[in-house]
Ligand binder design. Structure first.
Ligand code: TZP
Ligand code: MG
Length: 216
């Protein structure tokens, strides 16, 4: 496992086959996105629109893991400890509804770093008291088409309040576009995107713009 560094969260690409157009290939896209300079990749392949069987998910997951290793970018698995273990993932990301976070922390202990989704200040304050979490994922910031069960949008001010309450690095997510990224707080550890990059016409420029939000 790669050691967790908050700087790795700056331009964080999240993707699964359900996020792609039929003509897009996940391995080819992730390779190009990594070449464009993203700093973390999360494999989040789930739901009725995934193209993969569990066996294919493992095979593609291993190939994505290798790609990330080549670019020295952390490979993170969404909410599937068996897949995270089988792919020797650097990190695992879990949400409020993905089982008991303390149990996850003790199960994962040292094998993977841990990201935890928090949508409210109450959730952040509770999470602050739990040892072993490495970063918080907070969103959606803006309305999103990429998550069916997303909470209401926080807005940039709502995200700012969560960042203020957080004792850990925060990565903001949800509905980020070329038209709204200028509104985002610069003191997040970074920003995570799906459609911003799956629909990008210029990966190099769009990754650079994502990195620029948190440039010191
Ligand atoms: N969690 C909160 S919003 C979201 C996830 C996984 C989807 C983000 O996708 P997009 O396309 O960047 O809005
Ligand atoms: Mg989840």
């Amino acid at each position: 496992m790669m050691k967790f560094e908050p700087d790795q969260l700056r331009a964080y690409f999240v993707c699964g086959t359900q996020d792609l157009r039929p003509e897009q290939d996940i391995l080819e896209l992730v390779d190009r996105v990594l070449a464009a300079g993203v700093t973390a990749f999360q494999f989040r392949d789930k739901g009725p629109h995934s193209r993969l069987t569990p066996a294919q998910r493992l095979e593609i997951g291993r190939a994505l893991r290798q790609l990330c290793r080549r670019y020295q970018v952390p490979f993170i698995v969404d909410d599937d400890l068996a897949l995270a273990d089988a792919t020797a993932a650097d990190g695992i990301h879990v949400g409020q509804k993905d089982g008991n976070i303390k149990a996850t922390v003790s199960q994962v202990a040292g094998r993977h770093f841990i990201g935890y989704s928090c949508e409210t200040t109450a959730q952040i304050k509770k999470a602050n008291t739990i040892g072993g979490i490495d970063y918080y994922g907070c969103g959606p910031i803006f309305p999103t088409q990429s998550k069916t069960d997303a909470d209401p949008a926080l807005g940039p001010e709502g995200l700012m309040a969560l960042i203020k309450a957080a004792k850990r690095p925060v990565v903001g997510i949800g509905g980020i576009t070329l038209n709204n990224h200028a509104q985002l707080p610069t003191n997040a550890a970074g920003y995570a995107v799906i459609s911003y990059l799956t629909r990008s016409q210029d990966l190099t420029a769009d990754v650079a713009a994502l990195l620029a939000i948190t440039a010191k």
